[in-house]
Write a protein that binds this ligand. Structure first.
Ligand code: UQ1
Length: 556
């Protein structure tokens, strides 16, 4: 480990240095202090003073730094370091006053902890360590955003870009170490991308002006404008944004967890980071036999993904000479088993996909809901209207697990009957609590759950939330979200059908103005999906400057 710390300008200083950061950093094994170690003098227990402790730390391996002492420390981390975890502040220091400079009260001993992680950190990423208290402090923020996924990052940074928020006015709560570009996982399934290239350390995507609590959400108390975090901290807020996404429930299909975890089985799923890189290997391994691709009953994110991965597999086997449509001697046979009555929820695209299915000789098992995997080679499907379940043997199966709202949302006063955050379809404002908002997968919005939907939802939420904040809740929220979402449907290697639609399954196609019918799969749309969207996502969308079909927004 190599590390350089620099503690500059200690202001008025504080106690005798015995528990000072320098000593603890040295004890933690960090080699080089390029400035003199901080010695804080002149104040005794109970006295207050100002300290500025700005650390420049570089390391090339995972390093944990423990700092015991008093006061606030915030670490600005220079590339290529990424910072994770929490830098703890004492119980008297319930709020960070400002970047690097803080008032503090000297007490006998507080524990300050920063965990810095340098692995897998591309040089261009900056990161920071956030601050939480081990003593379950109460903190107030103008806006608390629960979730650091696509919605949480886009919304927080769009709010920040209005210029109306100061340091730590906005807080994000998310326990995740990594942020994933999940729309890319179909491409991993097709052998086109590496899953590790699609993720970034969450902390590296959060602007230092935002406060990141890397902690879970325990409970909501919207009557008191308070949330309680997993480690006990309470946050109060003026406005609350609830965007934690949707939970993958592998265990709801019997036998699925065991089957996907078995490296020898040909059962896989693009829907989790742990299983996504198993998928393409199963396609390569299968030389003959029955392949089944499933889509469950109930809400799932990205309703097109279950068949995108099938179309890529079909193309792969076709090119390898192992699949011939409508040929009884085709070594591989393919079935699409979906709980839906058709190929897709939107009539226009469903019709086009049904044509593809028939042309390509894929068996359609409609209203088939996978409920169990027996012996790793037999699928059990529930059928509607009390019909007997059917069993089908398979040699390869791609499974889309069941999904549902997180328990902390479902069991909260914010949930609708289905467990999603109960918001108005057009304003994104909670139906009961006017200072609560939701978007994305966790919300009750009756549209397809995709990152593209966030591009349209985020600006509506941000506009309405700001108005509410500035008017003290007196302004009526504007009903301007029309349900826009999109599904760039891979139909083969090199082609995408760019489904774009709004509420009630009405198409809303961005490229119609160029005379294009987006139900026709095209190469240009493939490059949008494979190359442009992943790029613009990390370059702009998570930073709050991408408006989807509207192009770049909020760029000053
Ligand atoms: C989009 O903006 C976006 O985000 C980067 C996607 O990736 C998740 C999309 O799939 C789509 C369709 C959009 C919408 C943008 C255009 C230009 C149609």
């Amino acid at each position: 480990m190599t590390a350089i710390q620099e503690f500059g300008d200690q202001g008025n200083g504080m106690h005798d240095g015995r528990y000072g950061p320098g000593e603890q950093l040295r004890r933690a094994g960090l080699r080089k202090l390029i400035r003199r170690p901080p010695v804080f003098r002149g104040l005794g227990p109970g006295e207050t003073g100002l300290v500025r402790a700005v650390a420049e730390i570089r390391a090339d391996t995972r390093s944990e730094i423990r700092v015991q002492g008093c006061g606030f420390f915030r670490f600005r981390v220079s590339a290529p370091l990424q910072a994770f975890g929490d830098l703890d502040s004492g119980p008297t220091n319930s709020r960070m006053a400002c970047w690097g400079t803080a008032r503090f009260v000297v007490l006998a001993q507080f524990q300050h902890t920063a965990t810095l992680l340098a692995r897998h950190a591309p040089a261009s990423h900056r990161g920071f360590a956030s601050v939480t208290s081990p003593a379950n402090a109460a903190r107030n923020h103008k806006v608390v955003v629960v979730g650091g996924g696509s919605a949480g990052l886009a919304i927080s940074h769009q709010l920040l870009r209005t210029g109306k928020f100061s340091q730590d006015d906005i807080a994000i709560v998310d326990p995740a170490e990594w942020h994933h570009y999940q729309p890319g996982w179909t491409l991993v399934g097709g052998g086109l991308k590496n899953k590790n290239d699609l993720r970034r350390p969450l902390a590296s995507l959060v602007d230092p002006k935002l406060r990141l609590y890397q902690d879970s959400l325990a409970t909501f108390a919207p009557e008191n404008n308070t949330v309680t975090l997993g480690r006990g901290d309470k946050l109060t807020y003026d406005q609350l944004v609830v965007v934690p996404g949707i939970k993958i429930e592998m265990g709801k299909i019997k036998g699925l967890p065991e089957a996907v975890a078995d490296p020898k089985s040909n059962v896989s799923s693009i829907y989790t980071f742990e299983t996504v890189d198993k998928v393409f290997g199963t396609f390569e391994r299968l030389k003959s036999g029955q392949a089944i691709f499933t889509q469950p009953a109930g809400v799932v994110k990205c309703a097109g993904a279950p068949q995108k991965v099938m179309w890529l597999a079909l193309d792969h086997w076709k090119r390898a000479g192992q699949y011939q449509a409508h040929n009884a001697n085709s070594p591989i046979k393919i079935a699409f088993a979906t709980a839906l009555p058709g190929m897709f929820g939107v009539p226009k695209y469903s019709a086009a996909l049904e044509v593809l299915r028939q042309e390509r000789g894929v068996e359609g098992l409609f209203q088939h809901d996978l409920v169990e995997i027996v012996d790793g080679n037999t699928a059990v499907f529930a059928l509607p209207d009390g019909k007997e379940p059917v069993r089908r043997r398979f040699d390869l199966m791609h499974v889309v697990p069941k999904m549902g709202p997180h328990g902390f949302v479902k069991n909260s006063p914010l949930a609708d009957a289905a467990g999603f955050v109960d918001v108005d379809n057009a304003t994104l404002q909670h139906k009961k609590f006017a200072n609560v908002w939701s978007a994305g997968d966790a919300s009750s919005l009756p549209t397809s759950k995709t990152a593209a939907a966030i591009t349209a939802q985020a600006p509506v939420l941000v506009h309405n939330l700001l108005q509410a904040l500035e008017s003290g809740g007196k302004t009526k929220a504007e009903p301007s979200y029309d349900g826009y979402t999109s599904c760039p449907l891979l139909t083969e290697y090199g082609k995408v059908m760019l489904a774009e639609f709004k509420y009630a399954g009405v198409p809303k196609e961005t490229f119609a103005k160029f005379g294009l019918d987006q139900a026709t799969p095209r190469r240009a749309f493939y490059h949008l999906k494979k190359d442009f969207f992943p790029w613009v996502y990390y370059k702009s969308m998570v930073k709050g400057t991408w408006g989807g079909p509207k192009g770049w927004v909020n760029v000053k």
